[in-house]
Design a binder for this molecule. Structure first.
Ligand code: ADP
Ligand code: MG
Length: 386
């Protein structure tokens, strides 16, 4: 096990693609760390440099404070699992898992005991003598993880290891991987484009975009205090709504236009009206937005009101996701499952000012964070109405 420090890492491919731009972070000993971002954001490049499969164009990498840039993956004692596992298809699970121990010259009894132990951890003892080619995708991935863990690596690198599995299996493996990492205490890094995977499994997450680090923190920090609109929209099960409010007027009440439709703004946004055009980007999570039939919404100096029409309402079982078109802005709201909204129905949206995020115009940096969802009762407006 080791702590891992990256400082000022850059990666250029062929002198044209600047895939990783001045990235620095530290992974603590025993930590489960997530590298999250859309496709092409540079996650795999960072992981391959950590593992020793790729050399940084500049910057340093250290394990426990010792520079490893000139070390091979073997010397770093890094184990890797990729989306497409690289098992030997004609070999059994046992042969695949034993392989890294054999090349290290361990005795047969040592190998048997280590393979048995890791097979138990991953619930694959019953598959141990089956050929890899005769296993399901999920089983193969368990074997690949067992093979990575059997030699107790300093660092376990996982590159989208469960991304191609079906939803139920993915959810189960998420939990298993988290428990396994916790019980072994192996410093681990998982690359994923799925915020839910990163949120559910890891201790801390680094969010990347276009080769640039956006934010590093716990799931709770990133969810509740996103540094910019990109992170706010990318992170979470449902994207944060972010929309521009233009044509802001202060009299008779504070108002503006959202997607061209009239919007009543809470007084608390006043201090954030800057610049000549006095426009503003506002964010609100779907769960913090209430939907009312037109004309029935509460108004006041502490709420944002926007009118629109229902584009579609999707039943999710424990809630309904209502997509509302307000002029050319699209806004999503979660409502209790007992509401009914028809397509094209005129509605009013309400957000309490505590829940609002405010982003600066061009840089899109967050200038005001909403209150965390826990502790706020977004449905209180709705239930007052019900
Ligand atoms: P991610 O894993 O987040 O999808 P990658 O690290 O694979 O991102 O890629 C980051 C960028 O670098 C992308 O634009 C990708 O096309 C480019 N890239 C990755 N590997 C190579 C390579 N070997 N040669 C040239 N460009 C590459
Ligand atoms: Mg990748």
């Amino acid at each position: 096990m080791a702590s891992v420090t990256l400082s000022g890492i850059n990666k250029w491919y062929g002198g044209v693609v600047h895939a990783v731009q001045d990235v620095s972070f530290k992974i603590e000993d025993g930590e489960f760390f997530g590298l999250l971002g859309p496709s092409g954001s540079g996650k795999t490049s960072v992981l391959r440099m950590l593992a020793g499969l790729e050399r940084p164009s500049s910057g340093t990498i250290a394990f426990d404070g010792v520079s490893v840039e000139r070390q091979t993956p073997q010397a770093r004692n890094v184990a890797m699992v990729f989306e497409q596992n690289a098992l030997y298809p004609h070999m059994t699970a046992r042969q695949n898992i034993s392989y890294p121990l054999k090349i290290r010259g361990l005795s047969k009894s040592e190998i048997d005991s280590k393979v048995g132990e890791v097979a138990d951890m991953l619930n694959i003892r019953h598959l141990i003598d089956r050929r890899a080619a005769q296993m399901s995708g999920g089983q193969q991935q368990r074997v690949a993880i067992a093979r990575a863990l059997v030699r107790r690596p300093n660092l376990l690198c996982l590159d989208e290891p469960i991304a191609h599995l079906d939803t139920l299996l993915r959810a189960r493996l998420r939990g298993e991987l988290k428990r396994l990492q916790r019980s072994l205490g192996t410093t681990s890094v998982i690359v994923t484009h799925d915020p839910i995977e990163a949120m559910t499994m890891t201790d801390r997450i680094a969010v990347m975009r276009d080769g640039l680090m956006q934010q590093i923190g716990t799931a709770d920090e990133i969810y509740n205090r996103p540094v910019n609109a990109f992170v706010a929209q990318f992170f979470g099960l449902h994207s944060m709504n972010v929309f521009e409010v233009t044509d802001i007027q202060e009299a008779p009440v504070l108002s503006g236009k959202c997607g061209g439709e009239a919007a009543r703004l809470p007084d608390s946004v006043k201090p954030h009206l800057t610049g000549a055009d006095r426009s503003l980007s506002i964010g609100a999570r779907p769960a913090m937005i209430s939907v009312f039939p037109k004309g029935e919404a509460p108004t006041g100096s502490d709420v944002l009101n926007i009118s629109g029409r229902v584009y579609v309402a999707e039943q999710l079982g424990d809630s309904i996701l209502v997509t509302v078109q307000a002029g050319d802005a699209t806004i999503q709201a979660m409502t209790p499952p007992d509401r009914h909204f028809a397509i094209d129905q005129p509605v009013d949206l309400v957000v309490r000012e505590e829940a609002l995020y405010i982003f600066e115009g061009q840089g899109k940096a967050t200038v005001r964070h909403g209150a965390s969802q826990s502790g706020l009762a977004p449905t209180s407006l709705a239930s007052a109405h019900a």
